[in-house]
Design a protein around this ligand. Structure first.
Ligand SMILES: Nc1nc2[nH]cnc2c(=O)[nH]1
Ligand SMILES: [Zn+2]
Length: 463
């Protein structure tokens, strides 16, 4: 539907983190103009206290007043309130199909959990009615937590994976969607019978994404992980990614038993990373989840291919997979983002994942006796936004507020009714933001926009 507006001007306090070490960039009384057709930012004017329509005329002198929409999020009139606009979160690793199992993992670790909890659930989603319920809920829930971009795993089923893509398009959530590929070492009821089947279904899925013709909705090549794909499938998926110039997502080095298994299954490769590398699956658009046990050689390979890592600290804790040193990745200049890894991770909130990343980094610092392990609040929030954008190859489009970037944004209100955050008159501005980091949740997310278009978010009864 074509908007009656040609320009939307968002006005308020804009906060983002433009680089890992930059800290909070706070732009107050700031007007950001968004081209309604393209969804991209056309101007940014901070400390602006004049008539906003003047900015519209500067941008296009022919614009009529009723072609300009003003979204005023400024709250300077009221000393007791505090709200700001922040880049939408980027979830670089989430299993949409596993959402009903969030919080269900018992005492299990990865390989038994896959067999007991995960494969039976994923298999249920071949039923399109079930898939519709699950996928609608996970999109609604992630949007309500401020996730504007997500890299989703679906299941091995073509039709329900197509449905996930359609729903992301309808809900207006920027997404990479992967039909899972797996042709070995999986239960008979949940496995693809051959490489050909897996490749053909993936091609059909790519065609479907092309038919949606929505630049926010993308296909991603998704070998589940090395143990569930034979060499032939891995190699053909590498070729497919190259042929269609598509991103790739998979799991790497998450659990010690998994590592041993990969070593037994693929003895001809020097290490786990080489299994992917030598089959054409590592490039600048590859998202590697976990990467807990990589050695220096493997990290160097990932760096040289400019692949990115999805750090999933909640999942790593839930399945007792291990403590992952993010600082090691950052020191090597490897791209890092955050992933909920629903449902190995119990939440769909990237803010909660960012908090846990912070906590795990402190545990590592004490285990290793090295304070350099600690990642700061703003570093964690960078990973949750622009860091994730880099991992997904979207760094020129999302993750921070810059002219020509897409307007993917969440309105955070710390003083909304029901908020868990108590502010005091002596709180400094950055302290308010740190309080949000530790005690904020979806109650503070008042609105979400992707490409300048507002997304519906669930049950905001107090608004
Ligand atoms: N956390 C996690 N690891 C995996 N490794 C292979 N499949 C999965 C999965 O679904 N979740
Ligand atoms: Zn995962």
């Amino acid at each position: 539907m074509k908007s009656q507006y040609k320009l939307t001007i968002f006005y308020g306090k804009f906060i983002d983190i433009p680089s890992l070490k930059a800290g909070f960039r706070i732009r107050s009384s700031c007007a950001i103009g968004v081209n309604s057709e393209s969804g991209s930012i056309v101007f940014i004017q901070e400390n602006f206290h004049d008539d906003l329509l003047k900015l519209a005329s500067n941008w296009d002198p022919n614009l009529k007043h009723d072609e300009v929409k003003i979204v005023d999020c400024n709250n300077n009139n009221n000393n007791n309130s505090y709200a700001f606009l922040f880049p939408g979160f980027v979830d670089t690793h989430i299993h949409a199909s596993q959402y009903p199992n969030n919080g269900l993992f018992g005492k299990m670790s990865l390989l038994e959990w896959l067999n007991e909890y995960t494969f039976p659930l994923e298999n249920k989603l071949k039923d399109l009615n079930i898939a519709k319920i699950v996928y609608s809920k996970v999109i609604e829930r992630t949007l309500s937590h401020g996730t504007t971009t997500a890299a989703y795993y679906a299941t091995i089923h073509l039709e329900s994976t197509k449905l996930l893509a359609n729903l992301c398009s309808e809900y207006n959530q920027r997404s990479f969607i992967g039909k899972i590929c797996m042709n070995q070492n999986s239960p008979a009821y949940y496995v693809e019978p051959s490489t050909d089947t897996s490749i053909n279904l993936t091609k059909k899925f790519i065609e479907h994404i092309n038919s949606i013709n929505n630049p926010k909705i993308n296909a991603i090549i998704t070998p589940r992980f090395a143990p569930s794909c034979d060499k032939d499938l891995l190699c053909n998926l590498g070729k497919l990614a190259k042929q269609y110039e598509l991103p790739i997502q998979t799991h790497l080095s998450e659990n010690l038993n998994e590592l041993e298994w990969v070593h037994d299954l693929f003895p001809e490769y020097a290490n786990y990373t080489e299994v992917y590398n030598q089959n054409g699956l590592l490039n600048e658009k590859t998202i590697l989840a976990h990467c807990i046990y990589l050695n220096d050689l493997e990290l160097n390979t990932i760096k040289s291919k400019n692949s990115g890592i999805a750090h999933c600290p909640i999942s790593n804790s839930c399945l007792s997979s291990g403590l992952c040193s993010v600082r090691k990745f950052l020191n090597k200049g490897i791209k890092v983002g955050l992933g909920t890894d629903t449902s190995a991770g119990y939440t769909t909130s990237i803010l909660e994942v960012a908090r846990h990343a912070h906590m795990v980094s402190r545990q590592l610092a004490s285990v290793e006796g090295n304070d350099d392990c600690k990642i700061s609040v703003t570093e964690c929030l960078y990973l949750a936004t622009l860091g994730g954008a880099y991992v997904m190859g979207l760094q020129d489009q999302v993750g921070s507020f810059e002219v020509n970037k897409q307007f993917d944004c969440q309105l955070i209100n710390l003083t909304v009714e029901g908020s868990k955050i108590d502010l005091f008159p002596w709180d400094k501005e950055t302290e308010k933001l740190e309080k949000w980091f530790f005690n904020g949740d979806d109650r503070n997310v008042q609105a979400v926009w992707v490409g300048g278009q507002e997304c519906g978010i669930r049950s905001k009864s107090y608004l």
